[in-house]
Design a protein around this ligand. Structure first.
Ligand SMILES: [Zn+2]
Length: 466
């Protein structure tokens, strides 16, 4: 097997560097969640960076180029995580507005570390079989992240939103290029969207935070202006809105994407119909809802995949008991004093969010898998497999989960990229995951990865992080 793997690597590097040497992956079971079809004993013919065809049964050897046996393997489109943030590392120090550890690690040092580890993040996505991601908001330097990813072979395809248009401010994150910008009037919103549009964002993001000082209706005119101006520039709008009435207001004002589950109450039929009628895409981000509380209360439940494929420095930072008591923010002290309360809050969130996901999926709303990776404890790359577990707990089938993480995720991308990812069809990019075991039997097998192919270049999974 080692020799075969080396051959795949050599052959595809050759063919992408030059042109047109074909390779064919022969004899695998091909699973295409886009149409729900499972093809046994299939052949995937790859020509350069694209899929030439997927066919069943015996093929004319003369049309196959170099043949690679994949008997006993399972081939899927590369996974897509539609909610990540590259300006956050997932370590303990990455959100000083939520838990301020500046006295231990100044936030500017944290940001410098993040900027110097982008290629490391990219590789961890590829190791996890994730060949495309959507960064739904960060500083203006997010646009440089997209450029860097596009110029890096061992990186996922990256779509980005720029800074979040927000109802609240977050001064502690502002080092001169803030990820979150408080907008106070519709005209300010329009002006900001016009500035963003020059950078050609894939999405415009709204942070629709409500509390007693920021009621839903107060920010609504700004949401409306943002949507109108973005749509005038042919850019879709993604909204953070975690309460039912906030999410409803966002969609009524024209939001195209909801980037989280509704977590405060069960969704009602009118809301489900609204999402369906407007063709809104919803990204559940279940994993992030447990990770702040579990990290702060020293109850973190990283999966084996996260332990193995996450950044070790990030993971080491998440042990709050290593920090001197008098340096701990009050929020963390409180969580450590009463871990059960933290776990109860998480359970309460899932008691609402999981049935909501099931109801939306059953109704035919487009669900795109996403993690919110980069937030404290939500590990870049393998967090997606914890998200799959939680989607399974919600009652989704393995094929539904895989559809959310491939064909549906692709709908967040526009243009050429969006039209050529998330599907195993003629002319699509050769972004593939080759698994050792069948994810339709058990979604846990989705992380049993043998080879990841991005843009026609194959990487033996075990070699990626070496
Ligand atoms: Zn987010």
């Amino acid at each position: 097997m080692k020799i075969k793997v080396a051959l795949v690597l050599a052959v595809s590097l050759f063919s992408s560097a030059l042109w047109a040497e074909k390779i064919s992956l022969v004899g695998a079971t091909v699973i295409n969640p886009a149409d729900g079809k499972v093809l046994p004993n299939a052949t995937v013919v790859i020509d350069g960076h694209k899929i030439e065809r997927v066919a069943m049964g015996r093929q004319d050897a003369a049309t196959l180029g170099k043949q690679i046996s994949c008997v006993g393997k399972f081939i899927l489109p590369g996974y897509i995580d539609t909610h990540v943030h590259f300006f956050q590392s997932a370590d303990l120090f990455t959100r000083p507005d939520g838990a301020d550890f500046n006295s231990i690690r100044p936030y500017k040092d944290e940001v410098a570390w993040i900027k110097s580890h982008l290629e490391d993040d990219f590789a961890r996505y590829i190791r996890s079989g994730i060949t495309s991601v959507v960064d739904v908001g960060g500083p203006m330097w997010n646009f440089e992240v997209r450029e860097k990813a596009n110029a890096t072979a061992k990186a996922p395809r990256v779509a980005v939103a720029g800074p979040l248009i927000s109802s609240v401010s977050r001064e502690k994150l502002d080092l001169g290029d803030p990820p979150i910008v408080k907008i106070d009037t519709p005209e300010q919103a329009r002006q900001f969207v016009r500035t963003l549009a020059e950078k050609k964002p894939d999405l415009v993001k709204i942070w629709y935070i409500v509390d007693k000082d920021h009621p839903v209706d107060a920010f609504r005119p700004i949401v409306r202006a943002t949507v109108e101006e973005s749509h005038a520039h042919k850019i879709r709008v993604a909204v953070h809105a975690t309460e039912l009435e906030t999410a409803r207001a966002a969609v009524e004002e024209g939001a195209d994407v909801l980037v989280h589950s509704v977590i405060d109450q069960p969704v009602d039929d009118a809301f489900v119909k609204l999402l369906k009628d407007r063709h809104v895409i919803l990204c559940p981000t279940l994993v992030v809802f447990e990770r702040y509380g579990r990290t702060f209360s020293h109850q973190l439940n990283l999966t084996p995949q996260e332990q193995k494929w996450g950044n070790p420095e990030v993971i080491a930072s998440l042990d709050v008991t290593k920090i001197l008591q008098d340096k701990l923010p009050q929020r963390v002290k409180d969580a450590l004093a009463d871990p059960k309360a933290a776990l109860d809050r998480i359970k309460k969130t899932y008691d609402v969010a999981l049935p909501n996901l099931k109801k939306l999926e059953d109704a035919g709303v487009t669900i795109a898998a996403g993690t919110d990776a980069g937030n404290i404890g939500t590990i870049h790359g393998p967090a997606l497999f914890r998200e799959f577990q939680l989607m399974k707990e919600a009652g989704l089938t393995p094929m539904q989960i895989l559809q959310c993480a491939t064909a549906n995720g692709a709908k967040l991308f526009d243009g050429e990229t969006g039209a050529h990812i998330g599907n195993l069809q003629n002319g699509y990019f050769a972004d593939l995951v080759i698994l050792n075991s069948n994810p339709i039997d058990d979604i846990g097998h989705a992380s049993d990865i043998d080879i990841v192919m991005k843009n026609g270049v194959a990487y033996p999974a075990d070699s990626i992080l070496q």
